[in-house]
Write a protein that binds this ligand. Structure first.
Ligand code: GAL
Length: 391
């Protein structure tokens, strides 16, 4: 292999599905097969969702005598057969481990056995590794532990996307690329709520948006290396695996406005889009949201620029993202009443100086022209998002 081979991966933010938010530690081989089938049947694969990732709890509680990971009894046909099943559907297969002695749920993990495990992953046909931060760290710094797996993955004869899950604790946007990472979690776990209680597990959607505005990591973000605000909670609620497992006080599913804001912001941030819902019971609204071509084009724009806030601090927020042929502008209402939010192309991340701009509402597809002024009426907690193209 050549040294730059891993950099050819993840040129746009990875898209796929991960088992954790829906199934938590109860995940089985049958769930993964059903998710792969559902990605095909629902049209999500056609829309670009390609990775099927098994999160924590796939492994047996003991390694073999050489320290190799072994699948649990819930994966009776083993990981190579499951990878084949996923590959046969033109999808890619991902697994999970941790840069410590154990995973977050107490299963054996990879610290000190990186090469051995990377060789197992490659032999099984793994295309994506999510690498968590739990277990005993043997006194080693995060950069050192994550570099060890990065080197191991680079040494095997297979392209494996390396997803660093260090929760943003040691500013992974500053070193994620250098240790071979293709994406790195910038925040704590996202839960299926608009806001989390400060004393409970995880962060809500609005909490993560606030955190992404605060950390100033956009400069590190781009083709081959992405800030990750965590997996999507669209389609999840009180009964989802993560909500129950982490005892999150989720009283109700996210409203449609909250789900639109969640998806609009993840696309504006050019975030990795890992669906976290049970795909066998996805609603029509959620399927249409997740396959909105105008939103996905913003997320997957080839420049790979992360959207940033232009105006915050009151209940009317404006965020924007430069795109190859113009820009995307989001108008977000944090308040309790409908309101009009306005701005001008000269105040946001759209190339200025054109006489006319074409504007397209990404929810409705409605198009119009402007000399530069932009104004949208937005429901509480909702987000209007437009694509603005000069000329
Ligand atoms: C957390 C991680 C979650 C999930 C969980 C599994 O540390 O942030 O996304 O992977 O562990 O135990």
């Amino acid at each position: 292999m050549t040294d730059d081979r891993p950099r050819q991966l993840a040129r746009t933010p990875p898209m796929g599905w991960n088992s954790w938010n829906a199934f938590s530690c109860d995940v089985t081989e049958a769930d993964i097969r059903a998710a792969a089938d559902a990605l095909v049947d629902t049209g999500l694969r056609e829309a670009g969702y390609e990775y099927v990732v098994v999160d924590d709890c796939w492994m047996a509680s003991e390694t073999d005598s050489d320290g190799r990971l072994q699948p649990s009894a819930d994966f009776p046909n083993g990981m190579a057969a499951l990878a084949d099943y996923v590959h046969d559907r033109d999808l890619k297969f991902g697994l999970y481990s941790s840069a410590g002695s154990h995973t977050c749920q107490g299963y054996p993990a990879s610290l000190g056995r990186e090469r051995l495990h990377a060789e197992q992953f490659a032999a099984w046909g793994v295309d994506y590794l999510k690498y968590d931060n739990c277990g005993d760290h043997a006194g080693r710094e995060a950069v050192d532990r994550y570099a060890a797996m990065g080197e191991a993955l680079a040494s095997v004869d297979r392209d494996i996307v390396y997803s660093i899950c260090e929760w943003g604790e040691n500013a992974p946007w500053e070193w994620g690329r250098n240790v071979g990472g293709h994406l790195w979690r910038a925040t704590d776990d996202l839960v299926a709520k608009w806001r989390a209680n400060p004393d409970e597990f995880g962060l809500g959607i609005a909490d993560v948006i606030d955190r992404m505005a605060a950390i100033d990591a956009a400069a590190a973000h781009g083709p081959g290396g992405w800030n990750d605000p965590d997996m999507l909670q669209i389609g999840n609620g009180p009964d989802s695996g993560q909500s129950e497992h982490e005892a999150v006080d989720v009283q109700r599913p996210l409203t449609k406005a909250e789900r639109r804001s969640h998806f609009a912001f993840w696309c504006l941030l050019a975030a990795p889009l890992m669906i976290g819902a049970d795909l066998t019971s996805l609603s029509t609204f959620d399927r249409e949201l997740l396959t909105n071509e105008r939103l996905l084009a913003i997320d997957q724009d080839s420049l790979g620029i992360q959207g940033t806030p232009d105006r915050r601090g009151d209940d009317a927020e404006v965020w924007s993202k430069r795109l190859r042929d113009g820009g995307a502008v989001a108008f977000h209402n944090r308040g309790d009443a409908e309101r009009e939010i306005s701005t001008h192309v000269s105040a946001v991340g759209v190339p200025a100086g054109a006489d006319r701009y074409r504007v397209c509402d990404c929810w409705t597809g409605t198009e119009w022209e402007t000399g530069g002024s932009l104004a949208m009426t937005v429901e509480p907690r909702d987000t209007a998002i437009v694509r603005v193209t000069p000329g």
